[in-house]
Design a protein around this ligand. Structure first.
Ligand code: PGA
Length: 323
């Protein structure tokens, strides 16, 4: 596919994947595909190395790397702060939330502050189990793009992740699937982990077009991405009608869309890639519904807006009820 030739540009740190199927260094090389045999090997492994690039792995204190996850795909709880929090508020939030989530080794924790607070938050989370994402990125390295920020600038500010293609970007700023694709490739090339958002609007769902929309977003937004790329990408399924509306998709509805999306990945890139791809759900996730969502095997975490803005609430989301 088109993206293959780009690999030379990409960071090849200890977390980078090789080309041979899913022999991915982030799983310690012992996790080529998911089937009964490999999943039991995974259970036996005493460590769950964190995915991603060097900076991300260095970010985490060892104590969080020595815990193993009971799930094949390590859960992610990500807070998308949108256009909330000044630098001072963001730093204060981190000081309050750090002790509340310090014992949480079962999932990855990410917060996505506004651009202005990225650097300060990256400093504030140092030595903790919280990683920092930006909410958008431009695909060019530099240039005449007023208001935009490049992947390298985000790395410099201390980001390890970046949210791409959020529906608010798609709708407020007319972002297309093609732009999402360019942003994803640029983020990967710079060593950032993209959290790529997909999801249908209410009209599209009511017209029975959910699968068609997800298919288009996959085919265009993820075009040319390789298995090694997919080993680093996180997908967020966020039905637009559930964002900020209090209308959550039921766990079953969300799982159905996740299953469909994973099937698209399987069809294009094979079982190994599909089985290890983390798909988060987003849209009115709250402490009182996160447990039901996370109980779905298909749901690998949550991308949370409103309920991620208070330390207690984010901590309750991170420490979701687990069987
Ligand atoms: P919400 O936002 O949790 O406030 O619905 C989710 C999102 O937009 O990522």
């Amino acid at each position: 596919m088109g993206g293959l030739s780009r690999r030379g540009n990409r960071e090849e740190g200890p977390g980078a994947a090789t080309d041979k199927g899913l022999r991915v260094a982030r799983f310690g090389g012992a996790f080529p595909t998911v089937n009964a045999a490999t999943s039991s090997r995974f259970q036996e492994s005493s460590t769950t190395p964190f995915p991603g690039h060097k900076a991300y792995e260095e970010h985490y204190p060892d104590k969080y790397k020595t815990k193993r996850s009971e799930r094949v795909r390590r859960p992610v709880i990500a807070g998308n702060w949108k256009m909330y929090k000044t630098i001072a508020e963001a730093v204060d939030f981190v000081a309050k939330v750090k002790p509340l989530v310090a014992a949480a080794a079962h999932c990855e924790i990410i917060v996505a502050p506004p651009f202005t607070a990225l650097r300060a938050v990256a400093e504030a989370v140092k030595g903790s189990n919280i990683a920092v994402a930006a909410q958008d990125v431009h695909w060019d390295k530099e240039g005449a793009h007023t208001g935009d920020v490049s992947p390298a600038m985000l790395r410099e500010a201390g980001c390890t992740h970046v949210i791409i293609g959020h529906s608010e970007r798609r709708h407020d700023h007319g972002e297309s699937d093609e732009q999402v694709n360019k942003k994803a490739k640029a983020a990967l090339a710079a060593g950032l982990i993209p959290i790529i958002c997909v999801g249908e609007t209410l009209d599209e769902r009511e017209a029975g077009r959910t699968e068609e929309v997800l298919k288009r977003q996959f085919q265009r937004g993820f075009a040319g991405l390789t298995p090694p790329d997919f080993s680093r990408i996180i997908v967020a399924y966020e039905p637009v009608w559930a964002i900020g509306t209090g209308r959550t998709a039921t766990p079953e509805m969300a799982a159905e869309s996740h299953r469909y999306f994973r099937g698209l990945v399987r069809g294009q890139l094979g079982e190994g890639v599909a089985a290890t791809l983390r798909i988060l759900y987003g849209g009115s996730v709250k402490p009182d519904n996160v447990g039901g969502l996370m109980a779905q095997e298909e749901i690998d975490g949550a991308l949370v807006g409103g309920a991620s803005l208070k330390p207690d609430s984010l901590s309750a989301l991170v420490n979701y009820p687990r069987a």
